[in-house]
Ligand binder design. Structure first.
Ligand SMILES: [Mn+2]
Length: 328
């Protein structure tokens, strides 16, 4: 019988509700991704350490089974939008039989820590902070002018400087990937540079499938065209062709969400990101058990069901540093 890694109590099927005495906060534990969604607050201190255990776990096959203990045989950790957080990858991979990364490895600008990322490295926190401030105040012309002046002050070709910086980030990132890792591209990635960093046990898949623990996983990388013109955006038709090439799978892994308003709306950026209509059609036609994706950093809704398919935004790894856990 497994033990809940966080609470240390026996866990029949998880998740487990734990009543934490210090702050009177009811916390949902057991599955790491649920820790952040906890928070039924009460106004009184709950005077017990562990006062309730409740078990009702959604299995990978979609069935509910709350009674008999089930041996978990395969555990996969999934991350997306790593954006430079190679430091957090080793801990995120601990305990996983396989690791999946859904892309966006590069960090150009870190909106929270202005000293990080390619811009922070090159120009320093103060200069990046000014650019972000101008953008936030919607003074886009001044922001562009400021950015131009920063790049103009550097010796050498801008494209060469960016490529060297991306290579440094990729070197750290790929070295930190555990084995086996299965990965695909995000829109903030440079597919042309990937071949230089792949190694044994780190598998790149795009429009392709593989088998993990008896389930078929399909991978579709990259983003769709936007005015932002990020490094890896492709036409809708080319994207749809990759979705078709993957076909019917148990778990469909993409960088971008299916085209569903709740999944593509970013509540902090205040805009709709691009989602895939082809993926949405594939969900209706092939009914995968899971569709996993990232791309939208602060989605209106992180998980929802379409028919028999559970759609999950696995989270913004740069901010959270923890993986989504899939077990069966
Ligand atoms: Mn993205």
């Amino acid at each position: 019988m497994p033990v809940c890694w966080w609470t240390g109590v026996w866990c029949f099927e998880g998740p487990v509700f734990v009543f934490v005495p210090t702050v009177g906060q009811v916390t949902l534990a057991c599955e790491p991704r649920h820790r952040e969604y906890s928070t039924a607050r009460t106004s009184v201190v709950v005077p017990v350490v562990v006062s309730g255990v409740w078990s009702r776990r959604r299995r990978a096959d979609g069935a509910r089974n709350g009674r008999s203990p089930k041996l978990i045989q395969v555990r996969v950790h999934v991350v997306s939008d790593v954006h430079g957080r190679s430091d957090a990858l080793p801990a995120a991979a601990e305990g996983a039989d396989a690791f999946i990364c859904l892309g966006d490895l590069i960090l150009f600008v870190d909106y929270r820590d202005h000293s990080r990322g390619i811009m922070g490295d090159l120009f320093g926190a103060e200069a990046v902070g000014r650019m972000i401030q101008l953008r936030t105040e919607q003074r886009f012309d001044e922001a562009r002018e400021w950015s131009r002046s920063l790049w103009g002050g550097l010796d050498g070709d801008r494209a060469d400087i960016v490529e060297a910086a991306v290579r440094r980030q990729y070197a750290a990132m790929f070295a930190a990937f555990p084995t086996p890792t299965y990965l695909t591209y995000g829109n903030v990635d440079r597919p042309d540079l990937y071949p230089d960093f792949l190694r044994d046990g780190v598998h790149l898949l795009d429009g392709q499938t593989t088998e993990i623990g008896g389930l078929t996983f399909g991978f579709v990388g990259g983003g769709l065209k936007t005015p932002m013109n990020t490094p890896f955006e492709i036409d809708d038709e080319d994207y749809a062709a990759k979705v078709a090439a993957v076909g019917a799978v148990d778990v469909l892994c993409c960088h971008i969400p299916p085209h569903v308003p709740e999944l593509v709306y970013d509540t902090v950026a205040g805009r709709f990101e691009r989602g895939s209509k082809a993926v949405l059609e594939a969900i209706h036609e092939t009914r995968p058990r899971y569709v996993l994706f990232g791309h939208v950093h602060q989605p209106l809704v992180a998980e929802l069901e379409i028919g028999a398919t559970r759609c999950v935004n696995v989270g913004h790894f740069n901010a959270r540093g923890t993986p989504y856990v899939l077990e069966w």
